[in-house]
Write a protein that binds this ligand. Sequence first.
Ligand code: ATP
Ligand code: MG
Length: 441
Amino acid sequence: MRLSRYFLPILKEDPKEAEIVSHRLMLRAGMIRQQAAGIYSWLPLGKRVLDKVNAIICEEQNRAGAQEILMPTIQSADLWIESGRYNDYGQEMLRIRDRHDRALLYGPTNEEMVTDIFRAHVRSYRDLPLNLYHLQWKFRDEVRPRFGVMRSREFLMKDAYSFDLDLEGARASYNRMFVAYLRTFHRFGLKPVPMRAETGPIGGDLSHEFVILAETGESAVYCDRNLLDLPIPGEDTDFTRDLSPVIDAWTGAYAATDDMHDEAAFGEVPEERRVSARGIEIGHIFYFGTKYSEPMRALVANQEGEMVPVHMGSYGIGPTRVVAAIIEASHDAAGIVWPKSVAPFDAGLINLKPGDEKTDEIADGLLTRLERAGLEVLYDDVEARAGAKFASMDLIGLPWQVVVGPRGAAAGEVEVKDRATGERETLSLDAAVNRLVHDKA
Ligand code: ATP
Ligand code: MG
């Protein structure tokens, strides 16, 4: 992609409205634009990152046995009246009337709708377990939308819903999502800490918020430092086996958000391991039993042929918030430092003297070779000062920078910079291509 053709509205100045670093950098790097309070457009650079985040989420959901569907954003109020939540939900719900005066709403979540799909088609325990998920925009009329896409009113959510015959099955489904979440967040370069969360009237231990530690986090969190070094389940995890040993390891050490914090239990963690910090909730998994299946009559026949309400759980991740959280976790004074897994491009190729025959020849040639090798490259072919080019490239945080200047070009050499470490090396063209291609493999 040539920068001269690319829509990348970089801001030179720090936007005043941005209170936290991720919001500031997303605006400066031309990733998003606010359209109304808590409502954002995603511009090309931001959209690329969001797509990569979504792709990883889907891969891990599929690996864990969930199946992707797509439910609409607009829902009929009827389903919510059936579940009893229409009145309870309060002002966060955006309520709409259509031309026939029918009550609709912009979905803040999809338990009711997915329960409706389930009850229409599934009748027997033989069809269980089932887990359906989708990636869809949600709307919650938050009292205080802030921090950009971190707490917005319209936001993307991956929400999965599991259906099982009983608590035992539901726990196995819960465990699969638990492991999928660890893997997903790890692939974003984040250190997820699952923390005990409020279960509401159902009680039990099957509710966890996945939190990353960050100074700008909205909630106070407490955990055992050991959790920050636990190994993440590998790609070869067998999701058909009992995953409870993994869950036990992750839930065996103290970790709780503010609401669930128990000072006495925390006090039993050796002092040097006690972490008391701020955190960002990026995911939330939850078992809620028959809360919706009972009022909505989502029944299945059990082994004895009796019709019983299905046990459900729901599992959310906010990909739009995740993009901001990744930046909170990975940036420096010069800008964003993208983890390779979600970087909008693999490399930035900087031509220091566009129009110069030799530099153009070398840079154009490198672009072709790198793209042919399957790399995504943003080619800065714009006439500007070297300092400004470097600053923009640092700001948008691509993992590699390849710099082609007239002097190096004459010698058949380029400079390769690793954005994360800041290390620079002068390499021959072949060596530069090899370095990047091997790194991608
Ligand atoms: P919070 O406590 O941050 O308000 P929540 O507990 O209401 O979030 P859930 O219903 O658990 O959120 O939603 C699942 C996920 O959706 C959250 O873990 C988060 O990643 C994302 N999310 C929720 N609300 C927002 C929002 N206003 N803006 C961006 N992402 C959000
Ligand atoms: Mg939550």
